[in-house]
Design a protein around this ligand. Sequence first.
Ligand code: GLA
Length: 501
Amino acid sequence: MSRFVCQLLLGLLLSILAASMTPAQTGVVENALPKIASGDSLKPSINGTRVTGTTPGKPFIFMIPATGEGPLTFTAKGLPSGLTLDSKTGIITGSVKKAGSYVVSITVKGARGQASRKLKIEAGDHKLALTPPMGWNSWNCWAGAIDDAKVRAAADAMIKSGLAAHGYQYINIDDCWEEKRGDDGEIITNARFPDMKALADYVHSKGLKLGIYSSPGPKTCAGFTGSYKFEEQDAKTYAKWGIDYLKYDCCSYGEIVRPKEPEDFKKPYRIMDKALDSCGRDILFSLCQYGMGKVWEWGEEVGGNCWRTTGDINDSWGSMSGIGFSQNGHEKFAGPGHWNDPDMLVVGMVGWSANLHPSRLSYIEQVTHISLWSLLSSPMLIGCDMTRLDQFTTDLLTNDEVIAISQDPLGKPAGRISDNQGIQIWSRPLSDGTIAVGLFNTSQQDAEAAAKWSELGIEGKKPVRDLWLKKDLGDFSDQYTAKIPSHGAVLIKIGKPTVTD
Ligand code: GLA
């Protein structure tokens, strides 16, 4: 037999063999579309966070996230003095006069009925991010190619796609907007951002909030001007522009101080926290230093509303699962106002500007990603091109029952209950008296996973609901078992709510 025929036969044999193997056996995760609930109900519904915070006297903006067949009209009872609601857009603006905890009754009316829900407005010092921030950040899709038009397009798409109606509020500019300092020391934007104040006004006109990025060092990670020695002035400039969120990325600060002692890690963040406190505007403070010096142990102490716990994520199973499943143990340091941040979401069209492509995570892996990030109370910052959302990505990001886990007002992130041969069970208590449980299969084979009552600290017959399917599964005693594809997840809620709206 000639060499060519031998090769042909061998090739044929290998392809027959490969075809007869399951994707798990070949180590390739099949990119099958998982069954998840799709689309919004036509009936009105109020979504997203149930609690928001503000400092009395500082500007306040909050859009009530609501879905349902329109036109929708909004009313609110019990708004604190200083705030007004636009009944057509659902946007609440103004500035709260007096500190306090206000329970506001919101009603939304639409073509198919009405819905009511309570929104708590906490007015006082340090009341930002009472639930993890939700929104978009430019880095994972645009990186250095970000400009004013792309930020406006992201804000437009946040509304048009309906994502804002599920609670996504922040539109965050990452690195690469800075040019240099003027003679008076004020930071000047580069030509791609001709007017930052006008951009903030535009984003606010939609009921959304604008975020920006800087570094405590002289340079940002991409080599642009950082805030070192100009912290107070920068914070005031951000306030003047109308910025609502600052990601403060360590980067070149290492050239100023090589951190050894815990205080070395904390110092640059304390300085900016003080500057933000006195800048006249509420600006959410997001620490980014990749987990150095166990930031979760002191992020809250230096005023952080969230802190990155790891290096940069990318859209591979190794990166996402490596980061996500290593968060166990950090949960005890997070809570309302201060969250662990395992980095932004890598779903949809991502690519760091050079080669935008659909996330290389399989669909099943993306369900794992969003399930885990919701359980972890991670910030939910979408990293994709918002103008090119497909139906699957939209469904993944707008499941209100999954979002309700991320935004649960109790704010107790999940920890790992068990890990047996890659089958991991994570759980967290919820404010309504139930518990959320994630069943994950990180192994290479499809496998059965069991959430055991004894390990979850519960007893007796309990109703179980599948949150991705939005479906009651029935009552179970002792345990709930599910078959889970390799790299997949099932997210359930166990128990009967003891607290309702
Ligand atoms: C670091 C951060 C990223 C991004 C870039 C910008 O790598 O971790 O999230 O902000 O800097 O340069």
